[in-house]
Design a protein around this ligand. Structure first.
Ligand code: FAD
Length: 385
């Protein structure tokens, strides 16, 4: 009944992603981390190999992978640098609402254009006054005949400066709360869209994050994804998939931290022997591995559930907070094992520890994910066992 073996195709994609990470991401990871620049060359190479639009069906120009394969690839692509890995995988979250709620014509038009050459997307939900309380967004979509005029601003938008397609959430009626929120697919060249500040961050430095402003941005009915008022639901459904993605990202980061700690435990000698001979170090390594095994098992199970069409909101929220808290602990312990050498700028584990902090904050903070999971449990289990 349970089979964890990868198919030939999954194995091929895993090897391709590992090789790509080793050859194209590893050599430049520290450089992009230092400079905080956009990893354009790496993204274009990943696109040539079919590693960018992995979750988008082939009929819309993507690689058409199932969720399990997509998440296995995600772990591998985030092993050497999660900022670059996530720039490669940004389409999962941003294309989610279109895949979930768009018509056939909209999928062909918006996703087809995006995948044609390297053009990426962004997911525009957060605003200065609406972070955790995403239902309180103030960006408005005012109806003008059969068109909508959008005004407002978004902040902390990953890929905000470079995305060609914006998946934007705006309200047509604030008095309706989340039921007034609509989702729009908007090409970047639409007049009235301006990029504001590009953020400087403590980690994930190659991840482009920007403010966006919308002034009298006029779009048609064709740009509305789903029905009016369905936007919040589509955002939350896309976030279920995104949270499993974060679980796979965290597994990749934590595996890298463990591998660095193991290498050091074998090489570094104190008291006349490798520090890996000391039981105190064994305990840390064993705990790190346990957290990684659990995180990997979670994303594999959830990928399978998504592939079967089984709802997994509670489980996706749980996996997200578990794996990101786990990766935070694993990377902190890796710095502890490398000690002085790990704490220094330019050390791999120092970068991992700074990078991983974001995974406890975005796609719903871990407090919010615990609320989602707690409420889901109280409503009733939909888990497999
Ligand atoms: C680098 C980066 C990239 C991002 N990318 C995107 C993106 O691409 N698209 C997008 O839309 N957004 C993006 N975000 C935004 C991200 O999703 C928000 O930062 C996040 O939802 C938290 O919102 P906030 O920062 O306003 O914190 P706040 O909501 O102000 O929360 C502050 C603190 O209060 C806690 N808190 C709030 N409400 C509760 C509650 N009810 N119970 C318990 N604790 C609570 C929070 O957990 C947190 O600890 C990104 C953020 C960052 C930092």
């Amino acid at each position: 009944m349970i089979d964890f073996s990868l198919s030939e195709e999954q194995q091929r994609m895993l090897e391709l992603s590992r090789e790509f990470s080793e050859k194209e991401i590893r050599p430049v990871a520290l450089e992009y981390d230092r400079d905080g620049t956009y990893p354009e060359e790496v993204l274009k190479k990943a696109h040539e190999l079919g590693l960018v639009y992995t979750n988008i069906p082939k009929e819309y120009g993507g690689s058409g992978m199932d969720f399990v394969t997509h998440y296995v690839v995600t772990e591998a692509l985030n092993y050497d640098c999660c900022a670059i890995g996530q720039m490669i995988g940004i389409s999962l979250l941003a294309s989610g609402p279109i895949l979930l709620g768009g018509t056939e014509d909209q999928k062909k038009k918006f996703l087809g254009r995006m995948t044609e050459s390297y053009r990426s997307a962004c997911f525009c939900l957060t605003e200065p006054g609406a972070g955790s309380d995403a239902g309180a967004i103030q960006t408005t979509a005012t109806k003008k005949g059969d068109r909508y005029v959008i005004n407002g601003s978004k902040c902390y938008i990953t890929n905000g400066k470079y995305a060609d397609l914006l998946c934007l959430f705006a309200t047509i009626d604030r008095s309706k709360g989340t039921r007034g929120i609509c989702c729009f697919a908007i090409p970047r060249h639409t007049p009235g869209i301006k990029v504001g500040r590009v953020e400087e961050k403590m980690g994930h430095r190659a991840l482009n994050v920007a403010e966006l402003f919308f002034e009298e941005v006029e779009v048609g009915k064709d740009n509305l994804i789903g029905e009016e008022g369905q936007g919040f639901r589509l955002a939350m459904m896309a976030l279920d998939r995104g949270r499993v993605n974060v679980t796979a990202v965290c597994t990749g980061i934590a595996q890298k931290a463990l591998d660095e700690a193991l290498r050091w435990a074998r090489e570094r000698e104190q008291f006349g022997e490798p520090i890996g001979n000391f039981q105190g170090v064994h305990f840390m390594l064993a705990d790190m591995n346990g957290l990684i095994m659990a995180s990997r098992a979670m994303y594999l199970q959830l990928g399978w559930m998504l592939d079967q069409g089984i709802g997994c909101t509670t489980e996706a929220a749980t996996a997200k907070f578990f794996a990101s808290d786990a990766a935070m602990k694993v990377t902190t312990d890796a710095v502890q094992i490398l000690a002085g050498s790990g704490y220094m700028k330019g050390s791999v584990v120092e970068k991992l520890m700074r990078d991983v902090k974001l995974t406890q904050i975005f796609e719903g903070t871990n407090q919010i994910n615990r609320i989602v999971a707690g409420r889901g449990l109280l409503r009733g289990r939909n888990i497999l066992f």
